[in-house]
Design a protein around this ligand. Structure first.
Ligand code: TYD
Ligand code: MG
Length: 459
């Protein structure tokens, strides 16, 4: 029997070493090197076309940049506007997209739904996770039909490529990359070397045939994509599908995109008949309320290219035990600490003896600094127990001196607030430069200091 060749692979970054090491020299993680059998003898004799190692390769010549054809490849516009948005306009031919998310979040549902909605295309849905019957049952719940959507339950890459040659699909979906096995690699499905090799084979296929491929990927318990980081480097686009298990809303987020903005966001609602696109997310991110409650303020934020109005809720109450608690959901806790210190020092709020709980509605995680002002207003409103008029919204960053600062893309934010029927928007005075308040159907209140905002609101 031929001797099996093995190497030690870092499960974190994909670094390989001929001998075991306690610490990965590449990513400095401890105990991540695992032995994997890499190849049967003479890998060169394998399927060279799809293999990463050895074999004849077509020669390529350098081209002058001015000679390169610049016509952008047409994109495949899917029926799913949220997906088009996160991809930067549609699926690019020959592109490789990776979509990750927790188990049960709806990755398979989303991809099957998209496969079924692409009526004008031949789609091949390869599943290594579910049986044909399970996929059929799922498909029956989804209200789309594509007579040319093929399902293949297979995990060996050579078999998959054989079927691809027969069917000649326009789009391929792989559910999931961790279940695939390449005959060139001995180690088990889901191991670093398998995932790397299978992804490399798929990438070569996509680039050579111009067929876009979407791969589903598992994630680890800390939320990052399972498998080596090289996987994320290899693919053109990385999408994260996230959401709260207990809520029906799901967010599709771009984290890398070679063909568009890398901070786009798509929103869906999981219903009994699949995922519904939510085209006006502000409706769901702001709760319906007829009574005025204290502690609620609306922020005008931007995620990617998309302006969103989002509700910030706080509860400030007297601390009963020693150290007051600060807890925040969807907002950086350290930034909250900082804003509370600013409120204490510059606004005269005695928060040192109060518990503060902050929540961003809809399970969204926000990094846009423009929501600072809404956070401060919602905390102040809860502290004073005075509600903020629900037709007001807020959009500015707060500095350590209690000053409010200008934010980017202010026009988009103001227009969205006006479109949604808000009556007043509070912004930083510096943001007035270059805009004409008369262009907007909303009253713009431009101020310099947090105190001015509070005296305007609470008198
Ligand atoms: P699934 O797509 O299997 O998740 P993943 O591939 O990310 O692991 O998600 C299935 C979940 O979605 C399951 O809990 C049932 C629910 N679901 C619906 O609520 N409505 C539907 O129409 C479908 C098909 C699934
Ligand atoms: Mg699945």
């Amino acid at each position: 029997m031929a001797k099996l060749k093995s190497a030690y692979f870092c499960q974190n970054c994909g670094y390989n070493s001929p001998k075991w090491l306690g610490r990965c020299p590449s990513c400095s993680e401890w105990n991540t090197l695992v032995e994997e059998v890499i190849a049967k003898d003479e890998p060169e004799k394998g399927n060279w076309r799809f293999s990463t190692s050895g074999g004849p390769r077509p020669t390529s010549k350098p081209k002058l940049i001015s000679e390169i054809d610049k016509t952008e490849k047409y994109r495949i516009i899917t029926e799913d506007h949220e997906l088009n948005r996160v991809l930067g306009g549609g699926l690019v031919p020959g592109s490789l997209t990776l979509i990750g998310g927790e188990p049960g979040i709806g990755k398979s549902t989303l991809m099957l739904q998209i496969a079924l909605s692409l009526k004008d295309y031949i789609v091949l849905y390869v599943s290594g996770e579910e049986s044909e019957q399970q996929i059929k049952m799922r498909a029956e719940r989804i209200p789309f039909e594509n007579p040319r959507c093929y399902v293949l339950t297979e995990t060996a890459t050579d078999q998959i490529f054989k079927q691809i040659e027969l069917i000649e699909p326009d789009i391929v979906v792989i559910d999931s990359i961790q279940t695939l096995v390449s005959p060139l690699i001995e180690s088990g499905a889901g191991s670093v070397s398998q995932v790397k090799e299978c992804a490399a084979e798929i990438m070569r296929f996509a680039k050579e045939s111009d067929v876009p491929v979407v791969m589903i990927g598992h994630i680890t318990k800390d939320g990052s994509l399972a498998g080596p980081k090289v996987l994320e480097h290899m693919v053109d686009t990385v999408l994260q599908f996230e959401g709260d298990q207990f809520m029906t809303y799901r967010i599709l987020r771009t984290t890398k995109n070679r063909f568009g903005n890398a901070s786009e966001l798509g929103i869906y609602e999981m219903l009994s008949n699949g995922l519904r696109q939510v085209s006006n997310p502000s409706e769901i991110l702001i709760s319906e309320r007829n009574v005025h409650l204290s502690g609620i303020a609306i922020a005008a934020m931007i995620e990617g290219n998309r302006p969103l109005q989002i509700e910030i809720q706080s509860l400030v109450s007297t601390a009963n035990y020693g150290t007051p608690q600060r807890s925040s959901n969807g907002f950086d806790p350290r930034r909250l600490q900082m804003l509370l210190a600013v409120l204490e020092k510059r606004g005269g709020f005695r928060l040192g003896t109060q518990d503060v709980f902050l929540n961003v509605a809809g399970g969204l995680k926000v990094e846009d600094p423009a929501i600072d002002l809404a956070v401060c207003v919602s905390v102040a409103s809860s502290y004073e127990d005075l509600p903020v008029n629900k037709a007001y919204c807020f959009c500015a960053e707060c500095g350590l001196g209690g000053e409010i600062r200008a934010v980017n893309r202010i026009e988009a934010r103001i227009s969205e607030a006006a479109k949604l029927g808000f009556e007043k928007i509070f912004i930083a005075k510096n943001n007035l430069k270059g805009i004409n308040p008369k262009d907007f159907k909303i009253e713009i209140v431009a101020l310099n200091k947090l105190e001015e905002v509070f005296s305007e609101l609470f008198g």
